[in-house]
Ligand binder design. Structure first.
Ligand SMILES: [Zn+2]
Length: 174
């Protein structure tokens, strides 16, 4: 199951909305926000290691080492949010009357952006042990919940009730 064109538009809208939410929470300047190196891909565009059957999304980090004239320039990390369309649509379809796609996408987008910001700021290491990763998931879930609980958005409260303790919103992968 892949997102259709309208659902892909909803996903990109969710990320621009989530950017505003996290920027307000972290008091980020427009410049810092624009400087976050991440992109978002849906299932149809994912490589095999980016696919995760047990999560709504998976965060992958890629390292770039630009080289000019045989000299390596400063390397930098780049994050890719890999949306798992099938898992997300499954959650919506299973409970179609209650769980709606737009607030679920907003929740997932906010959660993943919190990860990106924390990694980008060096607050958390991508190479952390399994235990540390679990702890980071809990922290990110709590922050996401705090950010979104103040927001008025149709259907969002139900998403927070249903999924904010859900351990598999996203995984991060090196
Ligand atoms: Zn996560």
């Amino acid at each position: 199951m892949y997102f259709d064109a309208a659902q892909i538009t909803q996903a990109s809208w969710a990320f621009s909305h989530a950017e505003k939410v996290v920027a307000r929470y972290y008091r980020m300047s427009e410049e810092r926000l624009q400087g976050l190196r991440y992109d978002v891909k849906t299932l149809a565009y994912l490589e095999e290691p980016e696919i995760n059957e047990r999560a709504f999304a998976q965060l992958c980090r890629y390292k770039y080492e630009p080289e000019r004239g045989g000299i390596k320039k400063d390397s930098f990390s780049f994050y890719r949010v890999c949306l798992q369309d099938n898992r997300i649509l499954d959650a919506v379809n299973r409970t179609s009357v209650f769980v709606r796609l737009p607030p679920l996408l907003l929740y997932i987008a906010t959660h993943e952006l919190v990860h990106v910001i924390r990694f980008d700021a060096g607050e958390e290491s991508f190479e952390a042990s399994w235990d540390a990763k679990e702890l980071e998931e809990q922290r990110v879930s709590a922050i996401t919940r705090e950010m979104l609980s103040h927001l008025f958005y149709p259907g969002l409260k139900l998403i927070l009730d249903c999924f904010s303790d859900y351990p598999q919103v996203g995984k991060f992968l090196n």
